[in-house]
Ligand binder design. Structure first.
Ligand SMILES: NC(=O)c1ccc[n+]([C@@H]2O[C@H](COP(=O)([O-])OP(=O)(O)OC[C@H]3O[C@@H](n4cnc5c(N)ncnc54)[C@H](O)[C@@H]3O)[C@@H](O)[C@H]2O)c1
Length: 361
């Protein structure tokens, strides 16, 4: 079926993990269960079919470099887990828009617009021949994400929205309609990690409900030391992240309970480690109390990359099959804020049916 040409907006930690993963699993055997992967082959596509063709950035240390060099530039802190060979694809200056909050200008080594002019996103996507554009901009990039989504639309490139800007799940339905009319598939919003706070919280809520527990309250506090957490130090920057993470859990509950979920603090020395504290309190047989406390500790960025690697392949299958608009099954399985929520086991089943062609989207 050929290669999948991938472009990335925001060559930060998640992008580095995604690119490293492509090479880490290059020789993964499709006939074996490979630790770390949900699908060695996703339909006809092996992980090694991903070909990175370019990236958009605002970081002066990354712009102009090959993406295989740029992923090691600061402030990226993701651990090196794979050797990435030289890739003949470059980092282009992207429109800054609202991608860089005032407190992030220095950390992101943002270019001076007097010295560097941004490229046109659609023209560049066409030039580099991208099939799929992955959005890995910082949380709060409302306008910035829409610039890249519009670029993908104009260049007829599929769009994977890794961040909580509600494009695929647009409540007005404007963006899904635009992509549908253009004949281009999209998946989003806000990538759900492979084994992260959201899936663990959802699993515990589902378990409690299935066992007849009445839940009374729950919280999920998260801390980390990468620029994703530094960017979300201020409440106004993380509004949509809080909505996305909260709705991912409350959408499973048939009633309202006091809930507090979101990024909680930036702890620089944690670097790419993320720690999540979960709490659920409820009542069981005879109204007797039950509480669950859990702590999850993960390397943050590879956690999203392990899922995005499947999303990219789902979008390419949709392009091959000429399926347009939101991919309902993949979005429900792989994102926190999809157009339609489903329990995770059901979403996974739907994705397998999509791969087999038994379900259109
Ligand atoms: N497990 C996870 O890590 C996870 C899970 C869900 C969602 N996400 C989301 O994915 C996104 C990326 O996460 P990350 O850890 O890679 O963040 P990051 O801070 O490492 O990377 C963001 C990159 O975007 C660049 N950028 C800023 N404005 C830009 C613009 N206008 N154009 C192009 N590039 C721009 C920055 O220079 C930086 O390199 C975040 O929004 C994060 O919340 C991550």
């Amino acid at each position: 079926m050929g290669k999948i040409k991938v472009a990335i907006a925001g060559l930060g930690n998640c992008a580095s993990a995604l690119i490293q993963g492509r090479y880490y699993y290059e020789d993964a055997d499709p006939n074996e269960i490979v630790p770390g992967l949900m699908h060695v082959k996703f339909g006809p596509y092996h992980i090694s079919d991903l070909e990175f063709v370019g990236a958009f950035e605002v970081n002066k240390l990354k712009i102009g470099k090959k993406i295989s060099d740029a992923i090691w530039q600061p402030p990226n802190v993701v651990k090196k887990f794979a050797d990435v060979p030289p890739i003949d694809a470059y980092v282009y200056p992207g429109p800054i828009s609202d991608g860089v909050a005032p407190h992030m200008r220095k950390s992101f080594r943002c270019y001076d617009p007097e010295e560097i002019k941004p490229v046109d996103v659609a023209d560049t996507l066409k030039e580099i021949g991208a099939d799929v554009l992955v959005n890995f901009l910082p949380v709060g990039s409302e306008e910035g994400s829409r610039i890249y989504a519009q670029g993908a639309l104009d260049a007829s490139v599929a769009f994977a929205n890794g961040i909580p800007t509600f494009i695929v799940s647009d409540p007005e339905g404007v963006w899904p309609k635009k992509f549908e009319e253009k004949g281009i598939p999209i998946a989003g919003d806000d990538i759900k990690s492979q084994l992260g706070a959201t899936i663990l919280h959802r699993t515990l809520v589902k378990l409690a409900l299935d066992r007849g527990i009445e839940l009374d309250e729950t919280y999920q506090l998260n801390i980390g030391g990468n620029t994703d957490f530094e960017n979300m130090k201020y409440e106004e920057r993380l509004k949509t992240k809080r909505v996305s993470k909260t709705q991912a859990v409350t959408s499973l509950l048939p009633y309202d309970i006091p809930t507090r979920i979101g990024p909680s603090d930036y702890v620089p020395f944690l670097r790419d480690k993320k720690i999540c504290y979960l709490w659920l309190k409820g009542r069981k047989f005879g109204d007797q109390p039950v509480t669950i406390e859990a702590k999850l500790s993960v390397e943050d960025s590879p956690n999203s990359a392990g899922v995005m690697i499947d999303v990219i392949r789902a979008l390419k299958i949709a392009l091959d099959r000429k399926i347009a608009g939101p991919l309902i099954s993949m979005s429900a399985y792989a994102f926190k804020h999809p157009p339609k929520q489903f329990p995770d086991f059901e979403a996974r089943q739907m994705v397998e049916e999509f791969i087999q062609g038994k379900r259109e989207r």
